[in-house]
Design a protein around this ligand. Sequence first.
Ligand SMILES: *[C@@H]1O[C@H](CO)[C@@H](O)[C@H](O)[C@H]1NC(C)=O
Length: 584
Amino acid sequence: MGRLNFLLLTITLLLPLLLLSATAYNVGEHVPLFVNKVGPLHNPSETYQYYEMPFCRPDRILEKKETLGEVLNGDRLANALYELEFAVNKTGVVLCNRKLDRGNVAKFRAAIMNDFYYQMYYDDLPFWAFIGKIEDESWGVDGKGTKYFLFKHVQFDALYNGNQVIEIRAFGDPSHVLDVTEDVDLEVEFIYSVLWNDISTPYKNRMDRYSQTSMIPLLRKTHWFSCVNSIVVIILVMGLLTVLFMRHLKNDLRKWSVGDEEEDKEVGWKYIHGDVFRCPTNMPVFCAVLGSGTQLLTLVFALFILAFLGILYPYNRGALSTAIFAVYTLTSAVAGYSSASFYSQFVETGWQRSILLAGVLFPGPFLFTVFILNSLAIYFGVTAALPFGTIFVIFLIYTLVAIPLFALGGMVGHHYKSKFLPPSVTKKYRREIPSLAWYRKIPAQMFLGGLLPFSATVLEFHHLCATIWGYKISTLPAILFITFASLVILTAMLSVGLTFFQLAVEDHEWWWRSVLCGGSTAIFMFAYCIYFYFKSNMSGVLQTFIFFGYSACMCYAFFLMLGALSFRASLMFVRHIYRGVKSE
Ligand SMILES: *[C@@H]1O[C@H](CO)[C@@H](O)[C@H](O)[C@H]1NC(C)=O
């Protein structure tokens, strides 16, 4: 029964992603148009419902029923007075006559001052337009200074192929404007026109405009440049590691098997074979990091698969939010499994605690951030505020699906654990670590471990930030995937290198160190986010909080992912090199 419920839930969650059916219209047929939101161009998270502005409004505003993802996205679709029948040209149709009082005029002026745009959907195609324009006339004849104009006439340009809508754009007609510079009562007639033209672009390509084709060639060049950049860094690091291992490891292993006593001084890492497999301090937290990191890695790869299957594409309303939520919920089992199975290999009791920690390590801080940001969003009245019903549904799904999956994964992990067979027996007493030079201490190692992967991926990270906090999709899934793969490879290689570097000086506490070194890329990422914020035009308390809140969560997720990955790479390596030492 539980399983059936869960299946149904998954289907209802994913259904909106799968319904991509084409809609065909006859000439003159009604095509749905929804108004969505308005907001300042530079603050992507600060969006208000369309009718917060004193635009023409229908007698009854009907909100469109939305999927979870749409609500999470901050979309609030509602009906509109515009009537854009399929393939019917119209000129100068009156939308409504309206009296604007001083308050309304001031509202429009303030919005135009902040470069407000509005967004609408026509046959599920999003389009944007500015609500007014600013004219700086301080050098003009009257020298009155800046003037603010509201567009009274909206011009829609639509393209169709056969009986399907291919493209729509809207813009304000600059010759029909209303001066809203002064606080006075005004009377205004809003009008609109529609121009239909046919085009040969097939329906299935109509979304391309929002992603690939809109990328100017120059942008593509920088993308490929960033790929080459990461590959070059990978090759460099690989070369360095090869040289390091050729010089030391091979020699060391040979000497050990020959048993050349005199040369033993050089092979420090072998002396600590009794300590390298000693459990680190805070084992439950350590396993929780592994669990959450593995879960997030699975999430990222699942999202890439969905993107390659064509289910996630830019401007598929809310699909990304829905997918993240659904996949994260489902992969809870992965987190439970990996933390419990790893923990149980070392310690018999207390694995429940490691699962519990894995369950709150990421969701805890994340939900706390969301809670704070949501309270702020409600306070400012923006559409990013989640309605109570949505919060309740999310909570319900999470408790009913994610928590049982956590527990299930944990139990499976505990019962079917593989026995950890350390190649060398751990000694009873901990060996003293000799004092380390500054460049072998954790901060220096973290700096090195983070700097290289970050510098290899920084260009693409910039595009990712620009995509999240801008309007244009400025990156392709394929390139993002290559970059992410490079990040993974680099993190793993550097982790191995740095761990070996430490073992060589008899520093056997590599467990936490490898997590920190791998995760440190995320610290650089966060620093870059700060830089990005100051370079962008975002402003205001709300946008600042939302930006830093979500950026911090994203970087934290990267920290866990890369940390877990780095540890696993080091573990494989350490097991491998100490296998030869067992014979001692
Ligand atoms: C609409 O008007 C444009 C320009 O006059 C014309 O090219 C186009 O064919 C018209 N479309 C329809 C569907 O009548």
